[in-house]
Design a protein around this ligand. Structure first.
Ligand SMILES: [Zn+2]
Length: 231
């Protein structure tokens, strides 16, 4: 059986029957008629959505995953700056002799926010949003918003959350030798966050974080569809 694009037009909101538009790779669909958001898996499942930093008429709403999880550090070994470990001789040195320390055992609750649209910068953006302690201060509402380009499904979001957690550890300022962590996802939902085109980036409103437009796979399509909707 062959699928073609015309099948996408059959996607209708399970709540109000409105057509759910989007790019051919989208799996996240926001119904601008009734304000429900859906994830397309084998069928449409509802997912919570919140709108943040919507901004002015030149800003567009991009979908991000908000994943709340417990991160358990199984093993985290860092290397002291002054250690000299170049020559190990004839025997195995213990970790402590080689200037290694273990720390950060135990579990902590963490929120990860990272792009749900396709970009080669999903991990670095997620790490930056984590490090800037990215906590949006105000949630807005509006049925007529348009959210397209969401192509990262729920299962992939859980995998990416773990990768961001590892990335956060790697970019800490000590000398990381190895890290092994487990992540348990408690809830995942969508943040639609206003971003404004600024030279060669889409800048998250109220943030220093810009995502290179050339790194966003469907950037032209997203901008075009957004313009059609608002124009
Ligand atoms: Zn609807």
């Amino acid at each position: 059986m062959r699928y073609d694009l015309s099948e996408l037009t059959l996607l209708r909101c399970s709540n109000c029957g409105n057509d759910l538009g989007g790019l051919s790779t989208d799996v996240i669909f926001y119904c601008s008629e009734c304000g429900r958001c859906w994830i397309s898996d084998e069928r449409l499942s509802p997912v919570d959505i919140e709108f943040l930093r919507v901004g002015g008429s030149d800003s567009i709403l991009l979908p991000f995953w908000k994943v709340d999880a417990s991160v358990t550090m199984q093993d985290r070994i860092s290397r002291r700056e002054s250690s000299t470990t170049g020559v190990s001789g004839f025997r195995e040195f213990t970790g402590r002799e080689m200037g290694l320390t273990e720390s950060d055992s135990g579990s902590r609750k963490v929120r990860f926010i990272f792009p749900a649209f396709s970009t080669s910068l999903v991990l670095s953006t997620g790490v930056r949003m984590y490090r800037e302690n990215y906590l949006p201060e105000k949630v807005e509402h509006g049925k007529r918003f348009r959210v397209i380009g969401g192509s990262v499904g729920k299962d992939d979001a859980a995998l990416l959350a773990r990768a961001v957690a590892v990335g956060v550890e790697v970019t800490r300022t000590d000398y990381l030798a190895s890290v092994d962590l487990e992540i348990e996802v408690h809830s995942s939902s969508i943040y639609a966050i206003g971003c404004t085109p600024d030279k060669n980036v889409l800048r998250i409103n109220g943030s220093e974080i810009g995502i290179l437009t050339t790194a966003i796979n469907d950037c032209d399509e997203i901008l075009k569809q957004d313009r059609q909707f608002t124009g």
